[in-house]
Design a binder for this molecule. Sequence first.
Ligand code: 3PG
Length: 210
Amino acid sequence: RTAELDSICLKAEVIPVITIERLEDAVPIGRALVEGGLNVLEITLRTDCALEAVKRLRDALPGASIGVGTVLTPAQYRQAEEAGADFVVTPGATQALYQYGVESPVPMLPGVATVSELMSGWQYGYRRFKFFPAESSGGARALKAFAAPLPEVRFCPTGGINMTNAEEYLALPNVMCVGGTWLTPKALIEAEDWAAIRDLARQAAERFHH
Ligand code: 3PG
């Protein structure tokens, strides 16, 4: 599990978190991000067309890793598996999700914001987590502090991350990548400005290259 998540996260230091409002936007957005150099994408389950978008992206972009985010229940986890997700991301975690994730063939990146939450996941064998909401839960300083009691744990922080503060997180030894919505601004999607999204991705890919 840990190795699988590491190999996905190592493909990109930045993971765009994408909400698809119109199904037909999914492939152009995904293609723009991949062309820009980001090939690990997270599609949130915040809209009705999200799972269909994941299926289309998998077919259109076989070289990319497609995750399903905002998974709140085991039932949604199962739907993500069925849609062909490469990984699942949750904003927080419940015992039911932890349990389901241990048995699933698709690895989960559970969301945590505190040491107690980390310890719950740790008990189930999880060593890779999403730190969410990163900026309002103490930011990079909190992650630095988490490393003292739990040095093996590594994170993908999201929530309030952008081009300006990403560096601060990526400089930490327990951060494997960062995620966020800043690469897919609503206004650019509505304007179908795929070139601008590609340029945002390129900027991030070049700046935060491994
Ligand atoms: C997530 O689910 O990771 C967040 O919605 C991303 O937060 P952001 O909009 O602050 O990047």
